[in-house]
Structures are given as structure tokens and as C-alpha cells.
Write a protein that binds this ligand. Structure first.
Ligand SMILES: [Zn+2]
Length: 188
């Protein structure tokens, strides 16, 4: 099986072995293979040894590794927080479809955290960097200063919280303090 420039492919379709081509936009590497991450048309750059997939839906809907995205925390369970990602930072429209994403506890902060609920709670809005794309699933990282929680509600009274210090938010209504991995862009 061999793909050519212009071929239409679907997410997960095999494009090349990774010794032959690097994954470009819309493509990702998976265990020695380069696969498509989006529905679209194949573009092969022989000089750069890069294979890309150009999405039908156009630029801002295409995520690539290194992009900064906004997501909502849906669950915090053991070593992983589960996030739905609806938009890319600085893009003028939402992604065509939401991505499901995960952040492993080792990818949250450069410092040590005891448990994942010291970084994220269900309902938090976060800013994070895309580190891996597998179809419509993402791995995210929030180690950078601009990444982490940008908006959070008090788990007791649901009021929006304010920054108390580097690692704690405080509720303006009930004064409850809660730990988070706080982005330097909190509440913007
Ligand atoms: Zn409160």
C-alpha cells in the first residue's frame, strides 16, 4: 500500500513507514508508521522527507504538536486528567470537532505534585500544549508557565476563584483555598 500526493485519507490511515517520511501537519507517528490525523488530502514533500495531510476544513481546525489549546477538565482519575479540547489559542474559530485529551501526572508541572487533584478539578478551564496527536485523541502538557488552569470554580460554592499565590486559588465568596497548577494567564 502506497499513498500519493492528492490522495484522500481518513484519520488513522497508513501513509508511510517512519524511516521514509516524517509526519508533517495533520499526520503523526505511531510505532514506526506515519498515519493521518485528519480527513484530507496527502501532500508529500520529498525534499524535506515530510508527509502531511491537508484538512478539508482548513487551517485553524488543524492541530499539530506544539500548538497551545484550551480545554475543559472532564475527569481527574488516578494518574490522568481527561480534557475536552474545543479551541486552539489565537485561532479565529473553534475546532470542527472536539478532541479528547489526557494529561499524565508527570506532564503537569516541572515541580513535584503529590496528587493530580492538587493541579486540576473537574470543570476547570485550562491552557495546554499538544505533545502527541493520535486521530482525535491528544496528549497534553502544562509544564510551561503559560499553561495550566486559566479559570476555576470553587468546589464548595461554585464562585470563580482568584489567584492567592503561586500554587493556590482563593474563593472570593467563602474564602476556601484550593491548589491548582495555575497558568500565568489565569482569568484572562
Ligand atoms: Zn467558595
Amino acid at each position: 500500500m502506497k499513498v500519493n500526493s492528492g490522495d484522500f485519507v481518513m484519520p488513522g490511515d497508513f501513509l508511510s513507514v517512519s524511516e521514509q517520511f516524517l509526519p508533517g501537519d495533520g499526520a503523526y507517528e505511531d510505532d514506526g508508521s506515519v498515519r493521518s490525523g485528519v480527513p484530507g488530502n496527502v501532500e508529500i514533500d520529498v525534499a524535506q522527507k515530510e508527509i502531511s495531510v491537508i484538512s478539508k476544513s482548513g487551517g485553524p481546525n488543524l492541530l499539530k504538536v506544539g500548538d497551545i489549546v484550551y480545554g475543559e477538565v472532564k475527569d481527574v482519575r488516578g494518574q490522568r486528567a481527561l480534557i475536552t479540547v474545543h479551541s486552539k489559542k489565537d485561532a479565529d474559530r473553534q475546532l470542527a470537532l472536539p478532541y479528547m485529551a489526557a494529561i499524565h501526572i508527570s506532564q503537569v508541572t516541572l515541580g513535584y505534585i503529590d496528587k493530580l487533584t492538587d493541579a486540576f478539578r473537574i470543570g476547570d478551564l485550562i491552557e495546554a500544549k499538544v505533545t502527541k496527536i493520535m486521530g482525535d485523541n491528544l496528549d497534553l502538557n502544562t509544564e510551561d508557565a503559560n499553561c495550566g488552569v486559566v479559570k476555576a470554580m470553587c468546589t464548595r460554592c461554585r464562585a470563580f476563584m482568584e489567584v492567592a499565590n503561586e500554587e493556590e486559588l482563593v474563593c472570593p465568596v467563602c474564602n476556601r483555598k484550593e491548589k491548582r497548577k495555575i497558568s500565568e494567564n489565569y482569568d484572562c
